[in-house]
Design a protein around this ligand. Structure first.
Ligand code: CUA
Length: 319
């Protein structure tokens, strides 16, 4: 896997993102020509008609109204805007109207304050903040179609190297598709202000080679091992309020308010980018999530040290 590249629309790796870059270059080219012409005239006027000792101190000729000039500066910009509009509309239509092919991977992404729930309805997988997809072969494209929903406020799904920005709206379903042509880890962010921790809604998309993706799916579908060493922690988890908000397969926990923890340790960060997912940070998070992410909706659990130790030992075993 290559290291995480910069989230730039000028470094696309997925079909819709390539289209967006092409369109951006087209718009930039037209506006660059306009800029050069306008700035050129301005500089020419400054140099040619500047006040000089040799210049007579008289006003220039005063011109009132010129049908030709007025037509020129109305019609030409109008034509430019029409061209920009038509080309943009064509690109948007091309991306948004793409029908979902039968073999496409289906993923549901649900925006929460402030994390992303990620579901693979056909595969029975639920995870958070990290989306895993297989790489798409140019000869045999394998797109992933993402259904976007929100449980609270408006968020926006944006992974610049993979696709355009798409709002995530409560009581409305939006759709976005990606077709990554190279493996790697690509990052994005919630792109619509959604409250205190809008800045900590990191999106990570991991694009795997096909075999590796199958392995990931198999691992996610396997319930976590129940070791004897973590029995106390597991019982603690099941007896505490954790299970009201969190799910872990094979336990009474089936809450959906917070992230599914079945394979918690397969994820790289806690709190959607608030901290790296290490046992130390996990302990601090369970003790009082607010210390790592102010305003996080997970309450401080008011546990004593021994309870924390057992709980974190258990959670750290959820691979
Ligand atoms: Cu979610 Cu901003």
């Amino acid at each position: 896997m290559t290291p995480a590249p910069t989230p730039s629309i000028f470094a696309p790796v997925s079909t819709p993102a390539f289209a967006i870059r092409d369109l951006s270059f087209f718009v930039l080219a037209i506006t660059a020509v306009i800029f050069l012409i306008v700035a050129g005239f301005a500089v020419y006027a400054l140099i040619r008609f500047g006040r000089r000792p040799t210049n007579p101190q008289t006003e220039p000729a005063q011109v009132y109204g010129s049908t030709q000039i007025e037509l020129a500066w109305t019609v030409v910009p109008l034509l430019i805007v029409v061209v920009l509009f038509l080309v943009t509309a064509r690109y948007i239509y091309g991306i948004e109207r793409r029908p979902q092919p039968p073999g496409a991977l289906e993923i549901t992404v649900v925006g929460h304050q402030w994390w992303w729930e990620v579901r693979y309805p056909k595969l029975g997988i639920v995870t958070a903040n990290e989306i895993h997809v297989p790489v798409s072969d140019a000869a045999d494209p394998l797109p992933a179609f993402l259904t976007l929903e929100s449980v609270d406020v408006v968020h926006s799904f944006w992974v610049p190297q993979l696709a355009g920005k798409m709002d995530v709206i409560p009581n409305k379903t939006n759709r976005v598709w990606i077709e990554p042509r190279q493996t790697g880890t690509f990052v994005g962010q919630c792109a619509e202000y959604c409250g205190l921790q809008h800045a900590l809604m990191l999106l990570v998309v991991v694009v795997h080679p096909p075999d590796e993706f199958r392995e990931w799916v198999a691992a996610q579908r396997t319930p976590p091992a129940e070791g004897a060493a973590t029995k106390t922690g597991r019982e603690l988890f099941s007896s505490l309020a954790c299970i009201n908000c969190h799910a872990v397969q094979g336990t009474p926990g089936n809450g959906a308010f917070g992230p599914d923890l079945t394979h918690l340790m397969s994820r790289s960060t806690l709190g959607a980018g608030a901290a790296s997912n290490t046992p130390e940070n996990l302990r601090a998070w369970v003790k009082d999530a607010g210390t790592l992410k102010t305003g996080a909706l997970m309450p401080a659990m008011k546990l004593d040290d021994s309870q924390l130790d057992h709980l974190v030992a258990y959670l750290s075993s959820l691979r």
